[in-house]
Design a protein around this ligand. Sequence first.
Ligand code: 5GP
Length: 130
Amino acid sequence: MASIFTKIINGDIPCHKVAEDENFIAFLDINPNAKGHALCVPKEEVDKLFDLGEHMYLQLMQFSRRVAKALEKTVDCNRVGMAVIGLEVPHVHVHLIPLNSMDDMDFSSKVSMTDDEMAELAAEIRQKLQ
Ligand code: 5GP
């Protein structure tokens, strides 16, 4: 069965997209730790990060770096943190989280944003992509 992220990639489930190329997509996390929390996902459906082929792995890091730079320009933060977990969705994804404190890396502490706020933020991030 297709993962929830493959359904997003195929356009079967909506998302607030911030970047996309031939091999990757980035969109805002539906349940963000902090404003701007984004997920960078390879279109190839692989469960675990280190099972990606070396080329795809390096390309994912490059894509994530580009999105992180745009996040830093958009969201007021000290830096952008990165995490890879995958216990909920078994389809590789890099969490990019704008950080102001260690609490922003706490996945049990969430911020609430309306759908309109998410749409506006995603548009701002897209504008900052080089
Ligand atoms: P993990 O698998 O790394 O533990 O967490 C999966 C992440 O994906 C969570 O932060 C969760 O909020 C996010 N997520 C799960 N389902 C969806 C979805 O349908 N849309 C979006 N945008 N994010 C999702």
